[in-house]
Design a protein around this ligand. Structure first.
Ligand code: EPZ
Length: 430
């Protein structure tokens, strides 16, 4: 299994270019099969999740051509199988976007039920409620969800919870339904808007994405297009918080500052200087960090995908802080690893109580999930001494060339894939 070997203590400094948004790309890649014409998608992050979804898309008969590292062409004309295998869903939940895409295009789809994951049970009842509102018959048996609609008509869906996945899945299914659909209590994340803009570039008629009411007029068919994915707000935020935790000076480039507002606001609250340009944001550490409180919320609130990274910054701040996780029920699994480094964090229910410490030390640890893994890397960069992080395949699901980008900023980090290589790397960097 691959590992990171990291020697902490270097303030990160310099510029880093941010890639395309993973959570927009997953919806857009699924949407691309909804036309029989060729779609070219640029700024696709070359990460494990997008690679697996493209394999799933090829698996049902679509043509996928990798134009160059971050650009792909998809043609859904040859799709011959409406059934997405379990091993794709097992690897990434977002394969379930093919449920909505295939239902919208072919009036049927079958996808393995996604399991829970390390951050919570993650049910999909809202997706199912929405498909039924469009007139689809939805059956769950033998670990699969099967949807079928003699007639897929527009409907009125009021989501019981704000759900990114359900909002995207219903936009996919509704854009080719007969008639008008209204989605209420919809998610408003930038990636929702990006998927809606992509579908509209293919000829869909979607209005209101980015607000909590999305109106979709079903159209007969969709056509090919060329589209570039928005920058990844969470990748950008991860580097911004790494700058804060290491008292560095980092410019994240090729971003949309508006998408980062809740993150910049928190960094200013903890005492960093934040400078915003048209497509860049600079974070400058000012020697020490102040405590504050955070509650994760749907966009435009503080994103749950930045909660672990925030905890590392607050663990190094002066004073007491609180983080309340209001989206997922099990997203503090990384706390035990941070406490082994010398942090003082106590979790009660969905709240972490943090007593800041003035230094932490490197240890051997394991990444429990994608964003927690990124947070452990930030902690290792801020720690005294050498850390080893196992199970980094979680991190590679959502960060392209994470170690390469960090090294460009002055981090001492190596990716190794054996115990022997790990020992060699530790000797080299100690
Ligand atoms: C998306 O997950 C992201 N994943 C997650 O990012 C992100 O944390 C999450 O949105 C919240 O922003 C992708 O986009 C691929 P939800 P998703 O449906 O769609 C409950 C990362 O690190 N819910 O918005 O699965 C659910 O249990 C990943 O990139 C239902 O109850 O999240 C949760 O408590 C981790 N029923 C809340 O809603 C449903 O049918 C929000 O979940 C659906 C969701």
């Amino acid at each position: 299994m691959e590992q990171y070997i990291i020697k902490g203590g270097n303030p990160l400094s310099g510029e880093v270019s941010i890639g395309g948004a993973k959570n927009a790309a997953l919806g857009i890649l699924a949407a691309a099969i909804m036309t029989d014409e060729t779609v070219t998608i640029e700024n696709v992050p070359n990460v494990r999740d997008t690679r697996v979804l493209l394999q799933a898309i090829e698996g049902i008969g679509a043509k996928v051509k990798y134009v160059y590292n971050n650009s792909v062409q998809i043609n859904g004309g040859g799709i011959c199988d409406m059934n997405v295998d379990y091993d794709y869903i097992k690897k990434i939940r977002a394969s379930y976007y093919l449920l909505g895409a295939l239902l919208g295009k072919y009036r049927q789809s079958q996808v393995a039920l996604p399991g829970g994951c390390n951050i919570g049970s993650r049910p999909i009842d809202q997706h199912i409620k929405g498909f039924k509102a469009l007139g689809a018959d939805v059956q769950i048996s033998h670990g699969k969800i099967t949807t079928k609609a003699e007639k897929l008509s527009g409907g009125h869906v009021y989501f019981d919870v704000v759900s990114v996945g359900a909002t995207i899945n219903l936009m996919l299914a509704a854009c080719l339904a007969d008639g008008d659909t209204i989605l209420e209590n919809a998610a408003k994340e930038p990636h929702i808007v990006d998927v809606a803009n992509f579908l509209n570039a293919m000829g869909a008629n979607i209005k209101g994405a980015g607000t909590d009411v999305i109106r979709i007029k079903g159209v007969q068919r969709l056509h090919g297009t060329t589209y570039s994915i928005i920058p990844d707000q969470i990748e950008a935020g991860t580097f911004m918080f790494a700058a804060a935790a290491t008292n560095g000076d980092v410019v994240v480039k090729d971003v949309i500052p508006k998408h980062l507002e809740s993150l910049s606001a928190k960094l200013i609250e903890v005492g960093c200087e934040v400078v915003e340009g048209d497509d860049w944001v600079r974070v400058i550490g000012k020697g020490s960090l102040k405590s504050t409180n955070v509650k994760t919320l749907p966009y435009p609130g503080f994103p749950t995908d930045m909660q672990p990274q925030m905890a590392v910054v607050l663990a190094l701040a002066n004073g007491s802080s609180m983080i309340t996780e209001s989206i997922f029920e099990n997203r503090f699994k990384y706390v035990d690893e941070l406490n082994r480094m010398g942090c003082k964090i106590k979790v009660e229910g969905n709240t972490a109580y943090i007593e800041g410490v003035d230094h932490i030390t490197g240890v051997e640890m394991s990444a429990p999930d994608l964003r927690a893994g990124a947070a452990l890397v930030i902690a290792a960069l801020a720690a005294e001494g050498v850390s080893q992080i196992d199970d980094i395949e979680y991190i590679q699901r959502g960060y392209e060339d994470f170690e390469g980008k960090l090294a460009m900023l002055g981090a001492v980090i190596e990716r190794v894939d054996s115990e022997r290589e790990a020992q060699k790397a530790k000797l080299k960097i100690s």
